[in-house]
Design a protein around this ligand. Structure first.
Ligand code: SF4
Length: 511
């Protein structure tokens, strides 16, 4: 629909002889999915939402020709004191702090010049012309940046391990194999700002002494893949990738590898095995990838969102970044809001923002005035947070303390009508399907848990089933080989922790 709106806009601009004065820019996602398609008119910054092809005539004739805002389409109209502040006055945006998403919805991702116009590649230039690799790593360490893909490992320390290895070849990898149901944070950056990833990976290459990089992206993201290909081609043309990066002698090149959609390939060792051309199965750690990764060479692997923060940290400084967030979780986090929430979409908030602020102030609350029941963070590896913890500041450690985890940033909201046993079963079905089958606790154990859950939800649960489920979950968590199996029981354990009464109601009252 957005492309049809664009075509209509082009036609009407031509009909009104405005095509030389007004430029149409196709951007990536704004984040406010629930209100799309979106058109923003600059310099005013007036944001029109839920635009249809028929509305384009009004935007052209009223706004562009007569300078009058089309109020019925304007987001934040009521809050804006001044129409030029309409964009910033939209609740959904004004509480956000967009670092990783800074360019999404702002630039044409297929045009390198627009990225450069918004400070693009300045961080790479700064690093290559004035910083030692050690200084780069120190900056990332001091910033406090932790991996945004799930585990939250400190990025600078990971880079330092790899930098210290002596090897004829090292690699920089990007995990763009986002697979959590309902998560699309990385996809948005890839589609909306692919050059930020290229810039960050080149900086990482310089910091650890690697000349080659791989972006592992799922083939189900065709627009992301296409835009990455375009961006890599442009970066080569501009001398940003290749044997003599920006004329400094630094060598760095990138290749894309397509994943076939297996969730386990988001696990770092499976991802690297897949890049090497083998079946994507995890391998035991240690050795860790920073010591022996791709083809047994030192390798760093970060996800898209982690990399998207790097150029800004280099330009603005470690202290600036560390001033945002909480004591142990610095910076911001992107969440994909889904489920029973009014403003579904992507948001980026400082670490430490409470779940209540995300759900109510930014997410606009629960549709139809229903009550909030719980939110699932971390997708199938995470757990649920009940209403009693709505005011918990969201950061890595507080989520783990609640029995959930940050994960890559999926945040699914449940209302009073959701059955939490069904929710646990939904996530478990996903992990049963996605288990690679290499180790018995995950291959067999998740199936047995699923059988018990089926019995319970069909009203055929027996005395002792809940205890058996709990015991199995704890054992699988302790004995599975990789993160997929170790975290698969989390949705069950957290729903048992906070909603045990619902399990008991199914078993003992046959609901
Ligand atoms: Fe494969 Fe599951 Fe074992 Fe991981 S835990 S290696 S996904 S069977």
């Amino acid at each position: 629909n957005s492309l049809k709106i664009m075509e209509e806009m082009e036609t009407l601009l031509k009909d009104n002889s405005l095509e030389s004065e007004i430029k149409i820019v196709k951007t990536g996602c704004f984040g406010l999915c629930a209100e799309g398609p979106i058109v923003v008119v600059y310099p005013e910054g007036a944001m029109y939402t839920r635009v249809g092809v028929a509305d384009v005539k009004d935007i052209v004739e009223e706004h562009l020709l007569k300078g009058r805002i089309v109020k019925r389409l304007l987001a934040g109209e009521k809050e804006a004191e001044d129409i030029s502040k309409a964009l910033e006055s939209v609740d959904f945006f004004k509480r956000q702090h967009r670092i990783a998403l800074r360019n999404c919805g702002r630039i044409n991702p297929e045009n390198i010049d627009e990225y450069i116009a918004f400070d693009g590649y300045r961080a790479l230039e700064k690093v290559l012309t004035g910083m030692t690799p050690k200084a780069v790593i120190d900056t990332i360490k001091r910033s406090g940046l932790r991996g945004r893909g799930g585990g939250g490992f400190p990025t600078g320390i990971k880079w330092e391990f790899a930098a210290k290895q002596v090897s004829d070849q090292k690699y920089v990898c990007c995990n763009a194999d986002e697979g959590d149901p309902g998560a699309f944070m990385d996809r948005s950056v890839l589609e909306g700002d692919p050059h930020s990833l290229i810039e960050a990976m080149s900086i990482a290459g310089y910091a650890i002494g690697a000349t080659e990089g791989f972006i592992y992206v799922r083939a189900e993201y065709p627009i992301a893949v296409k835009r990455l290909q375009i961006a890599i081609g442009q970066a080569k043309e501009y001398g940003i990738l290749g044997d003599n990066v920006l004329g400094t002698g630094h060598k760095f090149d990138l290749e894309i590898r397509l994943g076939a959609g297996a969730f386990v390939c988001g696990e770092e060792t499976a991802l690297m095995t897949s890049i090497e051309g083998h079946r994507g199965e995890p391998r035991p750690r240690p050795p860790f990838p920073a010591v022996k990764g791709l083809w047994q060479k030192p390798t760093i692997l970060n996800n898209v969102e982690t990399y998207a923060n790097i150029p800004v940290i280099i330009l603005e400084g470690a202290e600036w970044f560390a001033s945002i967030g909480t004591e142990k979780s610095k910076g911001t986090k992107v969440f994909a809001l889904g489920g029973k929430i009014n403003n579904t979409g992507l948001v980026e908030v400082p670490m430490g923002t409470t779940l209540r602020e995300v759900v109510y102030d930014i997410g606009g609350g629960i549709p139809k005035g229903k009550k909030f029941k719980a939110a699932q963070t971390g997708g199938p590896s995470g757990g649920c947070i009940p209403v009693s913890h709505l005011d918990t500041p969201i950061d890595y450690d507080s989520l783990i303390a609640l029995g959930s985890m940050m994960g890559s940033g999926g945040l699914i909201v449940m209302d009073e009508d959701n059955c939490m046993v069904d929710i646990a079963k939904f996530f478990l079905e996903f992990t049963v399907d996605e288990s690679c089958g290499k180790c018995p606790p995950c291959r067999i154990g998740t199936k047995r848990m699923h059988e018990i859950l089926e019995r319970i939800t069909e009203g055929k649960g027996e005395d002792g089933d809940i205890e058996k489920l709990e015991l199995l979950a704890k054992n699988i968590k302790a004995s599975a080989l990789c993160g997929l199996g170790q975290t698969a029981p989390n949705p069950i354990l957290s729903t048992l922790k906070y909603f045990r009464d619902e399990y008991e109601a199914h078993v003992y009252q046959k609901k």
